[in-house]
Design a protein around this ligand. Structure first.
Ligand code: DMJ
Length: 794
């Protein structure tokens, strides 16, 4: 995404206002800090930068040709099997496949990158292919959000650029707006999703049947980002076609979302009910589930010049900076209790935030968060999908996402600091070394093992490589002036001049020669904006590879992990003793201050126990089994909960024999041993498809519960934090689903192999298991002389 903040063209009044606003913000911040700036650490020569630009170009063609030659007209390339991924043909990955509509998504998503690369010949060829091959009348349920950002955005941007080339490159004279017609048709196919009582669109729609598909009958939940990332494309669609319906619907959805903010905190949750407007998940951050809602508020203001969106963005922004931002970190809170952190991990999607902060003029926190993310990247090679506040891996996948490179690009454009070129170089070389395969670029299944996945998302071409290419390009290397455009969340280009279009004919205006970069060269010098001063103190923010504990920082109850020895020590120093049977000595605080910290800790613990949904201790699950035939002695293995299945609380448990799914990953439509799985506790291995799709399959075959076991050898709940598996916002899974790391599952598996009979397990809450064991031990002590009664069933 970019705005008019760096070059000036012939601006209309609204645009001029935006330009001056953005520039003023940049100058203000820059002038305040320019007194103590230092020179950048390591400059990059023009030659090296040009070489990297060419390497980014080669990367593009490596991936693009791999897709075109082996996968087109499929939606995606599968880079390991070197073939196309087709919806309904390629084995399903569950709901993850909702992005696929058998409409050649990667090519559509990539069209405008071809223009940025200056490859008009291939662009023209690709546009002809899209017009000839792509059709939308399919009985397929797709994600409204993904179809909008990748397909509608891709078609619109390509249409705009095709007309631009007709005018400025004397080419494509045969083109008569076919892509715009296609985007209009696709827009109409998405519109049924907006027929809700709130005006907030459903998450999914059937391309042919609209909402009449019986599978969509129960549809009611969507994410904030899903509903709030429509306006840029729909406004462009309306203004270019002259049909107001799209823009009207998208504004209504934004208005409805705004009304749902928490009036006290000004924060939004992440999942909501489209009919009632009730929040389903009240976690509030800037990453998964909400990210591009904030982005579209700001960019809607930039593109359309409507002040209300700036005002809304500012309200949310202030709330985020007040409650979510903690130093360079961004940690989810509860929208209605914003002082309570709701997660102890961050997700990689939030890496877009510094880029948005740059555009809104708040450079300092952008530099800080970017620096933190850079260190996470250096520590783990890639930024993992989720990482803890200790910067340990929470979810190790890395699908070659663009967000961090996007922010790097905007920080470079705003500061001119060559540090960001060096960061980009590191990101580029890492992709080359660890993701490049013979047939494109493969996602990384786990950054620890760097094992590849048979997946190359369309955003690799439309965003990741595009932003790398832009980072290493000078404005004169590009055929278009990107500062005349807003980049959508999928990095598609929409011209700022759209603001002036009603039903009028769309036309480009020539840019004048006044260049805001000239101005930035004087005061302040862009080379001296925040280079070392802001970044340097953060260089050691992530210390070594060990989890940080209390050194200088109070351990909060939410961060506390009972399995972490450092945490136990810190808690002991605060005067809190973890009492176990046979050890009833009282803890004594080391010092008065630590005693107070202990009290605060206990208060937080009490607070947390009130909030079952975020209390990790209470959420910890157990897979328990009897060690003897009479079921007298039981042991429990640690397991994690899921966000999408019913929580086992109190004395609830599910009991059944353990059965391994065949195939073990349980990603296909059917299980070979479906009959055997009925009423049992099914085990499926992590990978190939989402947790929730495995759960749906287990439920379909009638399993009583599902255990998902990790696919990373050696992983253990003893050494890494337990997490709750994420779903997709729907609540149709009715059986308990728990996650076991490899070491814990290995123990279970060893017992299974030793037994002649099937192993019977109970899936339950760990706290409840402990309570049960404790009660049993006390009973045994009290009745040592009397006859032991059989253990009471839970
Ligand atoms: C892209 O499709 C878009 O950037 C979206 O807004 C969020 N995620 C992916 C890339 O990570």
């Amino acid at each position: 995404m970019t705005t008019s903040s760096f070059h000036s063209v012939s601006f209309a009044p609204g645009e001029r206002l935006m330009l001056s606003f953005l520039v003023t913000l940049l100058i203000l911040v820059a002038c305040v800090l320019s007194t103590e700036t230092t020179m950048p650490t390591q400059n990059m020569s023009h030659k090296e930068r040009a070489e990297l630009r060419e390497e980014a170009r080669e990367m593009f063609y490596h991936a693009y040709h791999a897709y075109m030659e082996n996968a087109y007209p499929a939606d995606e390339l599968m880079p390991l099997s070197c073939k196309g991924r087709y919806r309904g043909v390629t084995p399903s990955r569950g709901d993850m496949d909702d992005i696929l509509g058998n409409f050649s998504m990667t090519l559509v998503d990539t069209l405008d990158t071809l223009v940025l690369l200056g490859d008009f010949t291939e662009f023209e060829h690709a546009v002809k292919l899209v017009i000839r091959d792509v059709q939308f009348d399919s009985d397929i349920i797709v994600s409204v959000f993904e179809t909008n950002i990748r397909m509608v955005g891709g078609l619109l941007s390509a249409h705009i650029l095709a007309e631009y080339l007709q005018k400025h490159a004397d080419t494509m004279h045969w083109y008569k707006g076919e892509l715009l017609e296609m985007s209009r048709e696709l827009g109409y196919r998405l519109l049924p999703a907006f027929n809700t009582s709130t005006g907030i669109p459903h998450a999914r729609v059937n391309l042919r049947l609209g909402m009449k598909d019986p599978l969509l009958k129960k549809s009611r939940e969507t994410c904030t980002a899903c509903a709030g990332t429509i306006l840029l494309e729909f406004a462009a669609l309306s203004r270019l076609t002259g049909d107001p319906i799209f823009e009207v619907r998208a504004h209504a959805a934004m208005d409805a979302l705004w009304k749902l903010r928490h009036r006290g905190s000004d924060l939004m949750g992440t999942v909501l009910n489209v009919h009632s407007g009730d929040w389903v998940r009240r976690d509030s951050g800037v990453g998964a589930g909400i990210d591009s809602y904030y982005e579209y508020l700001f960019k809607s203001y930039v593109l359309l010049g409507d002040d209300k969106y700036l005002a809304r963005f500012n309200r949310h922004y202030n709330a985020v900076m007040k409650y979510v931002s903690e130093g360079p970190m961004l940690l989810d809170v509860l929208m209605h209790r914003p002082h309570a952190k709701s997660k102890n991990f961050m997700d990689s999607l939030l890496a877009f935030w510094p880029g948005l902060q740059v555009l809104s003029g708040d450079l300092k926190p952008a530099v800080q968060t970017h620096e933190m993310l850079y260190q996470v990247m250096q520590m783990h090679t890639f930024i993992p999908e989720a990482f803890t506040v200790d910067f340990q891996i929470h979810w190790g996948q890395h699908p070659l996402r663009p967000e961090f490179i996007e922010s790097t690009y905007f920080l470079y454009r705003a500061t001119g600091d060559h540090h960001y070129l060096q960061v980009g170089k590191k990101a580029l070389k890492t992709l080359q070394q660890h993701a490049k395969v013979a047939c494109g670029y493969a996602a990384v299944n786990d950054v620890r093992t760097r094992k590849h996945e048979d997946r190359m998302d369309s955003f690799v071409l439309s965003e990741t490589i595009k932003y790398l290419f832009l980072l290493f390009s000078d404005p004169q290397d590009l055929i278009i002036n990107v500062d005349e455009f807003v980049f959508t969340t999928e990095a598609h280009l929409l011209p700022l001049s759209i603001a002036q279009l009603g039903n009028a004919t769309f036309s480009f205006r020539q840019s004048d020669e006044h260049n805001v970069l000239d101005f930035m060269r004087t005061c302040p010098s862009s080379n001296k904006l925040f280079p070392e001063k802001v970044r340097k103190p953060l260089r050691n923010f992530i210390t070594g590879s060990c989890p940080r504990t209390t050194a200088g920082k109070r351990l909060s109850a939410l961060d506390f992990q009972a399995s972490n020895a450092d945490h136990l020590r810190a808690v002991y120093d605060m005067g809190i003793t973890m009492v176990s049977v046979g050890d009833r000595s009282q803890g004594k605080a080391k010092s008065h201050e630590e005693g107070e910290m202990g009290l605060q800790f206990m208060q937080e613990m009490l607070e947390l126990t009130k909030m079952q949904s975020v209390n990790q201790l209470a959420q910890l699950q157990a897979v328990a089994y009897a060690t003897d035939e009479k079921a007298q002695d039981w042991v429990a293995l640690m397991a994690g909960p899921s966000h999408f299945s019913p929580e086992l609380i109190g004395d609830q448990f599910v009991q059944g024999d353990v059965v391994l799914a065949r195939p073990l990953r349980a990603c296909d439509e059917h299980l070979e041993n479906a009959e055997e799985a009925k009423g049992k506790v099914l085990v499926a291995e992590r990978g190939d498809c989402t947790f929730v799709s495995k759960a749906r399959l287990a439920q379909k075959v009638g399993a009583a519960a599902l255990i998902v076991c990790d696919n990373v050898p050696g992983s253990s709940g003893e050494t890494q934090p337990m997490f709750a598996m994420s779903g997709d916002g729907k609540d149709d899974v009715l059986i308990p689903v728990v996650f076991m790391y490899s070491v814990e599952f290995g123990k279970l598996s060893a017992v299974m192999q030793r037994r002649k009979q099937p192993l019977r397990v109970r899936v339950m809450q760990m706290v409840e298991f402990k309570r049960w064991q404790l009660a049993k031990a006390q009973r045994q002590n009290q009745t040592a002389t009397t006859t032991q009664k059989p253990d009471k069933e839970l």
